[in-house]
Design a protein around this ligand. Structure first.
Ligand code: M6R
Length: 630
């Protein structure tokens, strides 16, 4: 939600053009928001910060700069916006400037006391041109910079930023530049992400490492309520009172810039779906020792504490919460302790029962989802341990958790989550099997058999990618004008139905609903009319064939009412062949593993349909990849 980038190069001999660094960083961060974009630059000897901003995609800004080039600079900040307050237009786009135009800021988050601050400033004669909270902060920062100059005789943007941060309520990451200090960019963060990129003779700031990974893979964490000043030759981190923080964590980013490029694919979503076999495989890597036991030393919770866990609550939002629902079936089955799954934004406000023996598992691709972050803070305050399943190194959620199990899906750029979903399920399965191993809830040979099944899953996903794409495309073409699509599944097929429905609604803008197939007769069947498309996730006929028979009955019932049936089913399922109009086949897999394959055709189906409708599948309207406001 809003992408932020900052760059400080050498004042005398810049190694790169700050504008280019910012524009490239914004291109990589555009998945965080794409309502408008803007940059602010400054250099020695100028009397105001130069700004340029445009509504719409980053390409609008780039075209505008090409038509009317900006001056050379030593430092720059850039912003790509997901509007929170104020419609997306040129005026509301960031940066915003101080009254005298000497200071410019960009901001991610929501400043909750902006209305009061605006009234106070208006009473002092300040005028506002936009309806954003960010402009309030810009005017306020300019005022504080002036006060600091009056007190000390010189500009000190860093000190001014700290003073302002103490006055702001809500969530914010703010970066600022001042033309009187053309060698520095300063920043501050509270409940919103910010990370530093450490270069040689240059330093970077970004909402996440994607902003600068093309230039450096060495990153430094900025913690909650810290401020930072970067120049070409140094980085200083303090708390909001000015106390220097000497020991910020520095780490190496474990992927390179090419991982966040399309690499020949026409969309990130297509690329990322095709990376799913690798996402599962890489998430399994390194988690088994030579004896075939699961080894999760990395999670840093005392095994005795984990052994004592008597309840798990999984929290997450959107796709991550559906991965949690899948995990519930597996973990309860293996570990025999109750697993609740709750949307993070609901969890926090219902006074959940949490004890030191409750393990809260926070699932998040980005690691920055504010709802999930707030929920995990609540759980920790109540004395429960929190384990994060996360795809983003160094993000707030893993940093604030007691332990983390990283998914190794690589950077996910498309707003619609795909490879992260299968990686999250894989990580949750490893966790479940590890708990079962610790508690002795499952025999060792069963654990190793289950792990073998899991190891086979990448090849099974690949089989779908290799054999089903034409059928899926034809089905998407057939249904491209459908107004509604229903998705039904049972057991682990239920969360897959929810995820299939979410994918289609978020990128093809088709009205969809996902239901537990057993609910059909309790209401949803009233929606079924002649030609209504209904997608069924069919469990295998082998094993728990009770489930299979029930889903087939559901198919028969809607078929009898004229529905158009699309089934995701295991190869050679004769019952499905009898009733379905279209079948997306998937290879044989144990029931608990089946979501890893069943979801793939639904992701492709949604992507194909969105493309046929002419939509940008990577950047669906109104959405952003990382939801950093509550
Ligand atoms: O980064 P997170 O996994 O915490 O994000 C959670 C949801 O916002 C995310 O899964 C969202 O639902 C996606 N748009 C789904 O495709």
């Amino acid at each position: 939600m809003c992408g932020i980038v900052g760059y400080a190069g050498n004042v005398l001999m810049p190694s790169r053009r700050p504008l280019e660094v910012c524009l490239q960083g914004l291109e990589r961060l555009e998945y965080r928001g794409y309502d408008s974009a803007g940059v602010a630059l400054t250099a020695p000897g100028v009397d105001h910060v130069e700004m340029r901003k445009k509504a719409g995609r980053l390409s609008n800004l780039v075209a505008d700069i090409e038509a009317r080039p900006l001056s050379e600079a030593t430092v720059a900040i850039g912003h790509t916006r997901w509007a929170t307050n104020g419609v997306p237009n040129d005026v509301n786009a960031h940066p915003h400037s101080s009254r005298d135009g000497k200071v410019a800021i960009i901001h991610n988050g929501i400043i909750e006391n902006a209305s009061q601050l605006r009234l106070d400033l208006q009473a002092e004669g300040y005028r506002f041109v936009s309806s954003t909270d960010t402009e309030v902060a810009a005017k306020l920062l300019g005022k504080i910079v002036d006060a600091v100059i009056e007190e000390t005789g010189g500009p000190n943007l860093f000190e001014a930023m700290r003073r302002m941060s103490r006055m702001l309520e809500g969530a914010f990451t703010i970066l600022a530049v001042d033309c009187r200090q053309p060698g520095v960019v300063v920043g501050a963060r509270h409940d919103s992400p910010l990370v530093v990129g450490l270069g040689e003779g240059e330093n970077f700031l970004g909402s996440d490492v994607a902003a600068f990974v093309a230039y450096t893979k060495t990153a430094m964490e900025i913690d909650q309520d810290q401020a930072v000043q970067v120049s070409s030759d140094g980085v200083v981190v303090t708390d909001f009172d000015g106390n220097v923080v000497p020991d910020s964590v520095i780490y190496e980013v474990d992927w390179d810039a090419s991982a966040a490029e399309k690499g020949g694919w026409d969309s990130f979503m297509d690329k990322e779906i095709h990376e799913e076999p690798a996402a599962v495989q890489n998430t399994l890597l390194g988690r088994l020792d030579a004896n075939g036991d699961i080894n999760l030393d990395e999670i840093r919770i005392d095994p005795q504490d984990l052994k004592a866990v008597d309840k798990i609550i999984v929290i997450g939002c959107g796709t991550a919460s559906y991965a949690g629902l899948v995990a519930k079936y597996a973990i309860e089955h293996w570990v025999r302790i109750p697993v609740e799954v709750e949307l993070a934004h609901e969890f926090r406000y219902r006074d959940p029962i949490l004890t030191p023996r409750t393990l809260v598992v926070a699932i998040s691709q980005s690691g920055e989802t504010m709802d999930t972050l707030m929920a995990l803070r609540h759980a920790r305050e109540q004395g429960s341990k929190v384990l994060a399943i996360c795809n983003t190194q160094g993000a707030s959620i893993p940093r604030e958790s007691d332990a983390v199990l990283y998914t190794h899906a690589g950077p996910e750029v498309a707003v619609a989550s795909t490879k992260a979903f299968v990686a999250q399920i894989t990580a949750a399965y490893i966790l479940g099997l590890y708990l079962a191993q610790l508690k002795g809830a499952v025999f060792r040979d069963e654990i190793s058999q289950t792990l073998n099944y899991l190891k086979d899953m990448p090849a099974k996903i690949q089989w779908i990618l290799d054999t089903q794409t034409d059928t899926i495309k034809e089905a998407a073409a057939q249904l491209v004008n459908a107004n509604t699509v229903l998705f039904l599944g049972r057991h682990v097929g239920y969360p897959v139905a929810l995820e299939g429905a979410l994918k289609l609604k978020e990128i093809a803008y088709t009205f969809t609903e996902g239901f537990a197939a057993g609910e059909l007769k309790h209401g949803p069947i009233a929606l079924v009319d002649e030609g209504e498309p209904v997608v069924f996730i069919v469990p295998p006929a082998r094993g728990r064939n009770m489930l299979h028979a029930k889903v087939i009955s559901g198919i028969e019932e809607v078929k009898a009412r004229g529905a158009y049936i699309i089934a995701v089913a295991e190869e050679n399922d004769k019952d499905v062949e009898r009733y379905a109009d279209v079948i997306f086949w998937r290879p044989e897999a144990p029931t608990l593993m089946s979501p890893l394959v069943d979801v793939v055709p639904l992701q492709l189906f949604a992507m194909d349909m969105a493309k046929m409708k002419g939509y940008d599948v990577d950047k669906p309207r109104n959405l952003a990849k990382s939801v950093t406001v509550e």
